[in-house]
Design a protein around this ligand. Structure first.
Ligand code: MN
Length: 319
């Protein structure tokens, strides 16, 4: 997915100065953005948030739902991994490595941009119609040591689950209660979807050194006994060894977490860099059709927006 803001601002993320050393509950309300398509697709972006930029290495959370079509022409990424997670619908992914992959609910697409990759994503409904789409697009920032790795794409159709009666916790990334996802990541992090087949509660083992956040995907969900409404991302802080979750029949919740991301980074449009100059170079390379390769696609590439005039340097998390 591409950041489709017409005038994206450069933002700085990372650093541990504002990571609480204890459990907290902060509701991070998202802002509405629009994703391109034959019908504009409503998206709520809860990360980066003006009150909190990252949760572990997770640096971008777009949650979308509606009768829409998704049309995201070829666009570039650097120094991050994209995590595509669907609740409903079907999306075709194509990238500059030659990957051409359908993804369905419960499957994981993990694209490692590293030094640079381009991809396109389109929902698969018949031309001229729309389909019920529901999903989450997440980005994971790569640490300096991996920011320039060769690009890669992985599709994981069968993910491991932790089963507790009617509650199934599917691992997108990392480990929960001894169950480990196959996704290759570069920092200590976790992503999991908790599904309730009936009204039930469960308890997950957490890493006290990780910070966590939860997002309701469907139904009624409670986190530590308190309802988490559809919409905001609930930031949970650190210092938790377990988390109680309950849900209504067919409820789903997404849990993300990880070691606080100590490095400072710059995010702009679809790029992550260590400096403003890296962002400028990535933008120039995309415009000049260098570095990112090309995607086999019926249609034009997305042009990069104009860079803002103000220049940012990486600094600590801004709350
Ligand atoms: Mn993308």
């Amino acid at each position: 997915m591409s950041n489709t803001e017409p005038q994206p601002q450069e933002s700085t993320c990372g650093g541990t100065a504002d990571v609480p050393a204890e459990p907290v509950r902060e509701l991070l309300f998202g802002r509405d953005v629009v994703l391109g398509g034959t019908r504009q697709m409503p998206v709520v972006r809860t990360l980066p948030n003006k009150h909190r930029r990252m949760v572990g290495a997770w640096c971008f959370v777009d949650h979308y739902q509606g009768d829409v079509s998704m049309r995201v022409p070829p666009h570039p990424h650097t120094a991050l991994q994209t995590v595509t997670w669907l609740v409903r619908g079907e999306v075709r992914h194509r990238d500059s490595l030659g990957s051409d992959q359908l993804i369905r609910p419960g499957q994981l697409n993990l694209m490692t941009a590293g030094r640079g990759i381009a991809h396109a994503e389109d929902s698969t409904e018949p031309a001229g119609s729309a389909m019920p789409m529901h999903g989450v697009q997440l980005w994971v920032a790569l640490p300096s040591a991996a920011a320039g790795v060769e690009p890669a794409f992985a599709h994981h159709a069968d993910l491991p689950s932790l089963v507790d009666g009617p509650v199934s916790t599917k691992l997108l990334a990392g480990t929960v209660s001894g169950v480990t996802a196959p996704a290759g990541t570069y920092t200590a992090l976790v992503g999991a979807e908790v599904s309730f087949a009936a009204q039930a509660r469960t308890e997950l083992a957490l890493e006290p050194d990780f910070e966590y956040a939860a997002l309701t995907l469907t139904g009624e969900v409670a986190v530590d006994g308190q309802e988490l409404p559809y919409g905001p991302l609930l930031y949970l802080g650190t210092g938790r060894r377990r988390l109680q979750l309950s849900g209504s029949p067919a409820a789903k919740l997404l849990l993300i977490g990880g070691e606080p991301f100590a490095e400072q980074i710059v995010m702009w449009w679809n790029f992550i860099g260590r400096s403003h100059d890296e962002i400028v170079a990535a933008r120039e390379d995309w415009a000049a059709e260098r570095r990112f390769g090309s995607v086999d696609y019926e249609g034009a590439r997305l042009p990069a927006p104009e860079l803002p005039i103000s220049r940012l340097v990486p600094k600590g998390r801004v709350r």
